[in-house]
Unconditional design. Structure first.
Length: 350
C-alpha cells in the first residue's frame, strides 16, 4: 500500500529531527523510523550508538572515580549498583521520615496496570520547608554516588515517591518485568523510608548486567532488528525486556532481590537489567527517589542544563509545567496526572 501524501509530508518535515536524534539520548525504535530501521540496525546503527555511549561513559567515570572510596567504586563496577545500609545517621533519618510523613505538597500520579506511582517533586522551593530532606538532597557524598552511576555530573532530580501496588487489579505492571531503561548508563536512587520485605515489591537487579560484553552487544543488535515492530510498547520504545533464558544466553546470574530495612540507599545504573518484584498482596513503598539521565554523547562530566541558574532547583516544577502545556496544545501526552496537595502515605487518587 502506498504511503499517503500526508504521511510523506510528515516524514519529510520530521526527517531532520529523526536524524539529529542519533546523537542524543533518544531511544524509541517505534517513534523514530531512523533509529528503528531494521536495515540500518543490520548495518550497525544501534550497535554503534551503544559502543560510543559505553566508551564515553567509561572515560567520564575515570574522571569521577577520584571522589569515591576505591572499594566502593570497584564493587559498583562489578555489580552495577551501590548499596548502603544505615545510609543516614539515626537523628537525620528520623527527622527526614517525620518531615515527609507530615508534609502535603503538589503531587502527580501515574497508573501502570494495578500499580500507582506518586511523585512529589523536591524542588528548592519545597526544600526550604524540609531541612532534613534538603540536607539529604544537597549532600555532596550522595550526589557523587549518583554522578558515578550515571557516568556524568549534573543536577539530579529528587522526589518523594510512593509505589501503591494492588495485584488484585489483574492488569500487568510493566515495571515488574525485567528490563533495561535505555541504551546508555543512567542513574536512579532510592532511600527507603520503611522496611521493604520480600513481599513489598523490592527492587531487583541482575549483577553485572550494566557491562557491555560481546554477548550483550550481540543481543542488543538482535533486539534492534525487530524492536520497532514489538507488541510490547516499552520494548519498542527502547526499554528492552529480558527473560531468564536471555540472562542465561548472556552469561548473567539471576536477579538479586533487595529486601532491605528502612534507611537503606540503593543507587543503580539502570541500563542494567532490573525490575520491581511483584507482590501477592496490596503494598505501599515510600522512598526518596532521584534520577539523573543526560545525553550520553558528551566527553565532559559537567555542563548540565538543569544545573544552570534558570533551572537549578526548579526542574521538577518546570518539567511538570512543560508537560501540561504540551498536552493542552495536543503536542504530547503524558501518563502523569496532577492530583493536588497530597501526602506520601495517602491512598492513590487516580
Amino acid at each position: 500500500m502506498r504511503p499517503s501524501l500526508t504521511s510523506m509530508t510528515r516524514s519529510l518535515v520530521l526527517a531532520p529531527l529523526w536524524i539529529a536524534q542519533i546523537g542524543t539520548k533518544a531511544k524509541s525504535f517505534r517513534d523514530n523510523p531512523i533509529l528503528g530501521c531494521p536495515k540500518l540496525n543490520e548495518w550497525g546503527l544501534h550497535v554503534a550508538r551503544r559502543r560510543v555511549a559505553d566508551t564515553m561513559s567509561r572515560n567520564r567515570r575515570m574522571e569521577l572515580a577520584v571522589h569515591l572510596a576505591p572499594e566502593e567504586r570497584v564493587r559498583f563496577d562489578e555489580l552495577g549498583y551501590f548499596l548502603r545500609h544505615e545510609a543516614l545517621d539515626t537523628g537525620h533519618f528520623a527527622a527526614l521520615r517525620r518531615e515527609i510523613g507530615e508534609t502535603r505538597l503538589p503531587a502527580r500520579e501515574m497508573r501502570q496496570g494495578g500499580t500507582v506511582t506518586r511523585r512529589i517533586g523536591l524542588d528548592d522551593l519545597w526544600l526550604k520547608r524540609m531541612p532534613a530532606a534538603r540536607r539529604f538532597a544537597k549532600d555532596p557524598a550522595v550526589r557523587e554516588l549518583i554522578h558515578y552511576a550515571a557516568s556524568y555530573g549534573g543536577e539530579p532530580t529528587f522526589a518523594v515517591q510512593t509505589i501503591l501496588a494492588d495485584p488484585s487489579d489483574g492488569e500487568a505492571d510493566p515495571q515488574t518485568v525485567l528490563h533495561s531503561d535505555t541504551f546508555h548508563p543512567t542513574a536512579k536512587a532510592w532511600l527507603f523510608l520503611d522496611d521493604v520485605d520480600e513481599d513489598d515489591g523490592p527492587f531487583a537487579y541482575v549483577p553485572g548486567s550494566h557491562q557491555l560484553t560481546p554477548q550483550r552487544l550481540a543481543w542488543e543488535r538482535e533486539q534492534s532488528l525487530s524492536a520497532a515492530r514489538s507488541s510490547d510498547p516499552m520494548h519498542s520504545e527502547g526499554s528492552f525486556r529480558a527473560t531468564a533464558s536471555d540472562l542465561a544466553a548472556l552469561a548473567l546470574p539471576p536477579e538479586v532481590g533487595m529486601a532491605v530495612p528502612a534507611n537503606t540507599l540503593i543507587i543503580a545504573d539502570t541500563s542494567g537489567f532490573h525490575r520491581r518484584t511483584p507482590s501477592s498482596r496490596p503494598t505501599r513503598r515510600v522512598e526518596v527517589y532521584a534520577t539523573l539521565r543526560r545525553t550520553p554523547f558528551i566527553p565532559w562530566t559537567g555542563g548540565h542544563l538543569a544545573a544552570l541558574p534558570p533551572f537549578a532547583g526548579r526542574f521538577a516544577r518546570l518539567e511538570a509545567g512543560l508537560q501540561g502545556s504540551l498536552e493542552r496544545l495536543g503536542l504530547a501526552r503524558s501518563p502523569w496526572r496532577s492530583v493536588g496537595a497530597t501526602g506520601a502515605y495517602d491512598p492513590a487518587k487516580i
